[in-house]
Design a protein around this ligand. Structure first.
Ligand SMILES: NC(=O)c1ccc[n+]([C@@H]2O[C@H](COP(=O)([O-])OP(=O)(O)OC[C@H]3O[C@@H](n4cnc5c(N)ncnc54)[C@H](OP(=O)(O)O)[C@@H]3O)[C@@H](O)[C@H]2O)c1
Length: 275
């Protein structure tokens, strides 16, 4: 296990999936965790679990809807009160939406952009000066989708392209200050993500991913922390995901368009189910 030592770690989306796993892993490597998500009761349970397992650890719970500008501002203000010391930001909270853009709910698209894009940029802007002054690092959870345009996943994939590009640029800006920034780009992983992304009354339809393509949550979390320690720009968990990313980035755009245009569509599978 890599040793990552920070005074504070702020983890968004700590109530499920990767965020919860980051919290459990970082509890042994940080003095203070700030857990952020909307489901306060889940965060309180996690807080109790972590305190029982790690005497001396400090855990703060911040219930916040990151899609809400006012709640984000309150979170940012409370983070300014953190005691002196190095700081790790894990920009992890995120959501997807499976299905055709023409049929998407505008408020869902807004929520996705606010959480996946705006919150990431705002939290980074609020905390980067402090990282430069007192030490720190940033893990931004992007996706393998960051390298692709994906029909039926259009807004999500574009939002993750933002995260990857933003992280790469920020990493170069912060390099001389010794603050690592890594974009984590997982392929499919079993978390709460799929259920949240499924539209009401729909099935997830056809999944192009086979079982062997899935990565365990723990692999992603451990690998992300190792990549941060090594100041890597990106982390793709598993050889298969790395190979997929390599192919996607090196195939000519024309070929990629052809492939993506013929990719099995979730929507057509859904329509079949409904007929
Ligand atoms: N699982 C995958 O296959 C996969 C692959 C690539 C990338 N990712 C990325 O990994 C990250 C974590 O997702 P996950 O797979 O762990 O899914 P998950 O189990 O659904 O967890 C998502 C987390 O984000 C939080 N969140 C969602 N909307 C929020 C909001 N409006 N305000 C505050 N928090 C919010 C949720 O907390 P509350 O509901 O309590 O608010 C939850 O803790 C996401 O950025 C996702 O895009 C996932």
């Amino acid at each position: 296990m890599p040793r990552v030592m920070y005074q504070h770690a702020i983890i968004t989306g700590a109530s499920s999936g990767f965020g919860m796993a980051f919290a459990r892993r970082l509890a042994g490597a940080c003095a203070h965790l700030v857990l952020v998500a909307r489901r306060g009761a889940v965060l309180e349970d996690l807080r109790r679990e972590l305190l029982a397992a790690h005497p001396g650890l400090e855990v703060s719970v911040h219930v916040c809807d990151l899609a809400d500008g006012g709640q984000r501002a309150a979170l940012v203000e409370s983070l300014q009160e953190l005691s002196v010391g190095s700081l790790l930001l894990v920009n992890n909270a995120g959501l997807g939406d499976y299905g055709e853009y023409a049929e998407s709910a505008p408020e869902r698209n807004h929520q996705m952009l606010q959480v996946n894009v705006v919150a990431v940029a705002e939290l980074a802007r609020a905390l980067v000066p402090r990282m430069v002054a007192q030490g720190g690092g940033m893990i931004n959870i992007a996706s393998l989708a960051a390298d692709l345009f994906i029909p039926d996943f259009a807004v999500y994939a574009a939002s993750k392209a933002f995260v990857a590009s933003f992280s790469e640029a920020l990493r170069l800006e912060l390099r001389s200050a010794g603050v690592p920034v890594v974009a984590v780009c997982p392929g499919p992983v079993h978390t709460g993500f799929g259920d949240v992304a499924r539209r009401k009354g729909r099935t997830n339809g056809y999944s192009p991913f086979k079982k062997w393509f899935y990565t365990p949550v723990s692999t992603v979390v451990e690998g992300a922390l190792r990549a941060l320690q090594r100041h890597c720009p990106r982390y793709y968990p598993s050889l298969r995901i790395r190979a997929a990313a390599f192919i996607v980035r090196n195939v000519p755009l024309l070929v990629l368009r052809w492939i993506m245009g013929r990719r099995p569509r979730r929507v057509s599978a859904i329509q079949e189910v409904e007929q």
